[in-house]
Design a binder for this molecule. Sequence first.
Ligand code: FEO
Ligand code: CA
Ligand code: CA
Length: 614
Amino acid sequence: METPVTVDDGISNPSTNRPFQDVLATNLSRRKALIGGGATAAIAFFGASSVAEAGAPAKTGNGKGNGNAVFHNSLIGFAPCPNPGGPNPTISDDYQYDVIIPWGTPLQPGGVDTNGGRPASEAEALQQIGLGHDGMHFFPINGRSDHGILCINHEYGTTPHVLGKAFPESLEDVRISQAIHGNAVVELKRTNGAWERVASSYNRRITPNTPVTFDGPVAGHPLLDNPAGNAPAGTVNNCANGSTPWGTYLTCEENFNGYFGANETFTATERQARYGLSSGGFGYGWHVFDERFDLTNPDYANESNRFGWIVEIDPMSPTSAPVKHTALGRVKHEGIALTVGRGGRVVGYMGDDERFDYIYKFVSAKNWKSMRAQGKSPLSEGQLFVARFDDDGTGQWLELTIDNPVLAAEFADQAEVLVYARRAADLLGATPMDRPEWTSVAPNGDVYCTLTNNTRRTEANAANPLAPNPDGHIIRWRDSDKHVGTSFEWDIFLIAQDSHGTEAAYGSPDGLWVDPDGRVFVQTDGDQPYGNNQMLVADPKTKEIRRIFAGVDGDEITGIAVTPDRRTMFVNTQHPGNGDPSSTNFPVPGAGGPEIPRDATFVITRKDGGVIGS
Ligand code: FEO
Ligand code: CA
Ligand code: CA
């Protein structure tokens, strides 16, 4: 989500990791090269071979490859989509969409649909699709492309939107507000061309009150214990996502700080302030009636340490508890892109979305299959790194380990390093970035990351070349040693401002996915040069970018999931009209009617049945 207005002026990183004066000359020359440099800049940094590899060859046929590789001049052959703005979505003439699972849809057919209104009770909300549709992943059943399980994040919903009042007035109000957060697991099936959720024992909701467990170095540590002795529960502000090679879903806790508040006078410690914890939070008011979220209740002194993690959900095991993986560090996790690196180790790239925060990488201790054979999660043990981008187009992954004397001087053990990962990264000299959002690993190994914007940057550096940067950019890098090394080469892929004045004008890139042919899908969340938030597709070689879809007034477009054949794509609208029916009645066409707009999932298909993005 776009950072709420209540904290939009905030910056949680007071560190001085930017030796701007040392790099100013480099910055200026690089900025010139990047702006208007187009593909030249990429080739200068990456070399023609890697760029060519990223761009093609694209396979024709069924998407699994048939040996007849053909070079395309462009990977993106569809008609550009206009972006007229207004209350209704717009899509390329070559594509079509349906809408499924809007907020309030009953989890099981026959249940209560509140149709955009306040749920009657917590129990009712728990039997419905939540609000704040965001990251998601499609898990096929029997490898099928017309039948599977969708895991979806419900990132947030403001109190007035959910409850119809400015502030909760009871614990039941808070429970309803909590119940629209978390995740949904929903079995979907395509019948006669139409997708719909079906009655299923897989269907379930996970919320801030669902029992969870911890694993990794912080599990069992006093920093996760409360005097109240309450068992760990819940996940919140679930933004983007990832998925694992072993078939599970990863959901990422972003702005968890906004759900905590204080009933007494609260002064954040330096470490708490680094995560933006404050007496009022984002105005949800949970702390007034739910003591877990009161930062000044000594019985729950460490409750906030239980949030800010990457959480694993097994969609095929409906009774399994979500697992919080502490080895991946505690930050405001936007999302995670997982790949398999040298030696079969699983590698995860993660953005921490706040102005001047960092990009992280996790590398599992061993081959993921052997870890699982030993009964261990590959995400339970490994190394955590943070990125430093140097001005010469190279970079270093700096390990967050207690074995580093710099960290040992401040932290007692590895658990403390992980709980306060932001502070540890400050001490290591990581590069403060322009709000790192989604990451994605391309088929040639390049890793992409959206940097959505940073209106507060006053001095540029090579990796963040605009000051201020109101429209954002996309950076990419190539790690040494098949993702497990500690050095990398990087370049700037796109600068959003370069698109302004063109047909494909966009700003604030956020959602991101590089498909198996190398196409870069970009979704936006923020002010656009014109029209609504949107999804575009870019060619990694030529950097041509083309709009495929645009949302409705007030929304953001987020979440990307595809079926195995890539003939169906699921994409979300989040906060359409910001809940105001005078702005849009989506999914009912138009605006001004009584229908409260509802977050929902678009099912996008090519009219000719082709691969999405082609
Ligand atoms: Fe939840 Fe940074 O978007
Ligand atoms: Ca986002
Ligand atoms: Ca965003």
